[in-house]
Design a protein around this ligand. Sequence first.
Ligand SMILES: [Zn+2]
Length: 457
Amino acid sequence: MKTQRLLLSTLASFMLAVTGAAQVAELGGVKVTLNGHQGPAVIQAERLEKFKLRVDVDPKGETKPLAIRVELPNAGPNAWPAADVEALDVNDKALLVQRTGIEWFKMLIPLPAGATTCFVQAVEPPGGWSKPASDKDRAIQDNVSGVKMRVAKWHDGRAAALSIRFDDSHPTQLTKAVPILREHGFRGTFMINPGASEPGSRRTSDFEQHRAEWEALAKQGDHEFANHSAHHRGGFGDEDMEAEIGEAAQAIWKMTPGKSRLTALNLGGGTRWDTTRTLRHYLDKYHHFDASENSTGMDDSYGNRVENFRRILDQHIQRGLWCRIHYHYIGDGLSSTEANFRAALDIAKQHASDLWIAGMADIHKYQTERNAAKLTLVKSDAKSITFQLDCATDATLYDQPLTLEFTPPVSWDASKTVLQSENGASVAAQPTSSKGDALLRFELPAKMAVYSIKLLP
Ligand SMILES: [Zn+2]
């Protein structure tokens, strides 16, 4: 065993390549390497807990600074909650970690002089990592009244959701994207960089030059804003990162007074962020959710965008999922031509009856509220049912109504069926039908309340 370990460290750089795959498996899919190192130093990692690793570096005489590269699995059963991950030294002091804006699961940890050990761990947020409630918790099937009801998968019982995002606050989004979205009746999500031009920087702010038009758009309220950082230049150190996120969040809140402060955050492709903190720190402080991943880029340079969109939209409708796409500049000779942009929106329009086309925050809210929702039967008889809706989300941020789908028994006349809240106020139903059965839909605020649905005489 001893000889084996000695051999391993002597031939370490060679062996690492050879044993790489085995090591990744031992570490639950995490890849740990010395960044770009060709010298004598060796690295060893050990999994202490599901989301905790110990990494040891033996410099073997190497005098140049060393950096540890850690790549966490971001999908599948071994996925780490990347937003909650930090790196600590042996004294539990948080180390500065470098990441790129949209790949938070890839970490580069420069080892401070003299340090040879670090720990990489995910910190469980207060209240724990969210576990979706089961479909059973969100449904009632009552034999006494013969009633069936459930919280719909998506708003208004649509099969799937679609968000259309625009990055970098380019002026063509005001002149092209907004009017064309309005022609289609769609809501867009605008990931803006609202920071003022910085002293000493030659970068000019597209947003700053069109601030009045962006503010007018905010006032109209038919589109959504999201945080793409103040300047799209990354953040270097905790204070700078905080300023880049905080300044953009404040600017959005100022433009949308009285609205929920919850918005999407995407730190921008190709930007570098150095922080000792978890991403969760920034997300929670500024009421953001992480919108870095799982979006399809619609720039023409990726090729065949319109047909690709037709295909992925179909897949998302089939599977009942949230389809996310994003654009940059709209116009001929720019990242997406107007014709291609229109063609994609026309495809979405053809599927309008299956799709909830909404802002990213709207969709995130619905999804989170639904996961935190519960329906409980209070009492029932042949002509009425009383039930309680519980929703564990904060109603000041999560203000997207939930859709309740109600199937009355065949003996009930759907046109005489009403829903009343505890204080007697009636909530209007949207009658529809599903495979020939009567189906009523009600929009309910995502908070705890008791309701009755009854058949009027
Ligand atoms: Zn960007």
